[in-house]
Design a protein around this ligand. Structure first.
Ligand SMILES: Nc1ncnc2c1ncn2[C@@H]1O[C@H](COP(=O)(O)OP(=O)(O)OP(=O)(O)O)[C@@H](O)[C@H]1O
Ligand SMILES: [Mg+2]
Length: 434
């Protein structure tokens, strides 16, 4: 429409058309200005919305802490602040967006008035090139042009807003995955022989080494227990094996192959992982146990639950295995969650087990049930266990004592109790009474 109408106008009278176009640079300049501003504001609104979401997510998921510390008002105010900032940036954006239309209308009207005035005067004076009929056609065509031109400028504004949003989305989409398979990565089906950590060092932040030059090995079928003071780097040491992080120095070998050259899916397929905090999904007990397994038979799930000492409490629920566990498993007790996680690992039946024992203390009865489940889980497997319980440690073929990122002592329980000074101290403080 813009092209057709403009050509039509030029044919009727190019002089009038050009004089009407005097306002165009102003209109374009203005639209450009608005587009730029909107892009900036749109980007800011996105960030503000993120803030609102994160405040909300955090305070709801930590609701117990909020209540326990009577911080409801503090959290409400934090939310109100974030919402108000979001509201303000939206308002600013809306204001400037709606400025475009009236200003363009005004400019178009001004152009129209100028044309009407001069051309009309000429026609009435009889000195014009146009007759009254042509002039009327011109004016009608000119005013029909306003609407499509306006929609075009709106498109520009919309695109600018969208671009700001797209930029943030593409930032996420374009984030490069750091840990990926190399093109010639090995596919591994079995663990045959041994795992070796060779001179492993690691730091989350540069200049803050968390692991320093750690070397050890585990033969197939062995249980290796890792103990040590909190913050010493035990969980980190375990996280390197499934390649959640890449060591900053040294290498980890599985049957002589560097794990960085093994297909992630086949490497992780060999292992079962039970983490320090038991993480469950907001789903049924059954689906939590069968997580990652397609088409698994019901009796397999029950068998795993029985071995994990979980079947009894699950059957006592009205809906049994179909009971939903709630967000992160809030509807279950700590010990119950742990046994579900153990059942999950048992069902996967991995060749290698990475087990980060929970530090939370359980009462004697659930403690015993969990311990039995752990023993069954470790049986006939190669296990790396971060141990907080004496009974787990006693099962170990070898114990590594990790302190401040280094192996300070290693050996069997009996050797270490007599010779290891740190182990002896830990034993007296932490393990003896359990
Ligand atoms: N994601 C992370 N980013 C930065 N630093 C981290 C991260 N995770 C752990 N750390 C730091 O690394 C060190 C070792 O942590 P790690 O979780 O391995 O200790 P741990 O031996 O498992 O302790 P605990 O017995 O309490 O579980 C700590 O000083 C900790 O602050
Ligand atoms: Mg830990």
């Amino acid at each position: 429409m813009v092209l057709l109408l403009s050509s039509f106008l030029l044919i009727i009278s190019w002089k009038l058309t050009l004089s009407a176009m005097i306002v165009l640079p102003i209109v374009f300049g203005f639209i450009y200005f608005i587009g730029k501003k909107l892009r900036k504001y749109s980007k800011r609104s996105q960030q503000r919305m993120e803030d609102v979401n994160s405040v909300l997510e955090e305070s709801i998921s930590n609701i117990r802490i909020v209540k326990a510390f009577s911080m409801e008002n503090f959290e409400i105010n934090k939310f109100l602040d974030a919402t108000k900032r979001y509201y303000n940036s939206l308002l600013r954006m809306t204001r400037i967006r709606h400025l475009a239309s009236p200003i363009n209308d005004t400019l178009a009207t001004i152009a129209g008035v100028i044309i009407l005035y001069f051309a009309g005067k000429n026609i009435i004076g009889g000195s014009g090139e146009l007759d009254a009929g042509d002039f009327l056609t011109f004016v009608l065509a000119m005013f029909s042009l306003i609407k499509p031109v306006k929609s075009l400028s709106q498109i520009h504004i919309k695109i600018q807003e969208g671009m700001a949003a797209a930029e943030r989305i593409f930032e996420v989409i374009d984030t490069e995955e750091k840990i990926i398979d190399s093109p010639d990565a090995l596919q591994i089906a079995n663990f045959e022989n041994k795992i070796e950590y060779i001179n492993i060092s690691f730091s989350y932040n540069i200049n803050e080494p968390v692991l320093k030059n750690i070397s050890f090995e585990i033969n197939k079928g062995e249980v290796l227990a890792i103990v040590g003071p909190s913050g010493g780097g035990k969980s980190t040491l375990l996280d390197l094996f499934p390649r959640f992080y890449t060591p900053t120095g040294g290498s980890i070998l599985l049957d002589g192959n560097d794990i960085s050259g093994i297909k992630l899916s086949s490497l992780r397929g060999l292992m079962g992982i039970v983490t320090q905090e038991t993480l469950l999904f907001n789903d049924t007990i059954k689906n939590n146990i069968a997580y990652g397994m397609d088409d698994i038979e019901e009796n397999k799930i029950i068998e795993a639950a029985e071995m994990a000492n979980a079947h009894k409490f699950i059957s006592e629920f009205e809906n049994g295995y179909k009971t939903p566990v709630g967000n992160r498993g809030v509807m279950l007790s700590g010990g119950q969650r742990q046994r579900i996680a153990i059942a999950r690992a048992l069902l996967k039946n991995p060749q290698i087990l990475l087990f980060d024992e929970a530090t939370s203390a359980l009462d004697t009865e659930s403690e015993q049930l969990v311990q039995e489940a752990i023993n069954r889980l470790m049986k006939n497997r190669t296990s790396l266990v971060i141990a907080h319980r004496l009974s787990t440690i006693k099962k170990a073929d070898r114990i590594l004592v990790i302190d401040k990122g280094a192996i300070v002592e290693s050996g069997s329980h009996d050797q270490l109790v007599n010779n290891g000074s740190l182990y002896n101290k830990l034993y007296r403080m932490q393990f003896q009474d359990s």
